[in-house]
Design a protein around this ligand. Sequence first.
Ligand SMILES: [Zn+2]
Length: 62
Amino acid sequence: MNVSNLKARSIGRLLLEKAALKEVCACRYYELADDLEITSSVELANIINGNYDCALCGRKGA
Ligand SMILES: [Zn+2]
């Protein structure tokens, strides 16, 4: 992560990322953490709402 990237990420976006990491199931946590910056805000919102699938634990989105 470079400095310009950091500045481009708004506080709202950072809160979204933080909330998604808190809500995502344990098996996808590290995957999400690694890809956090390239994960779309819509995708993050879906994770926060529990609306996502996980092949590892068989979780199905709403
Ligand atoms: Zn899972």
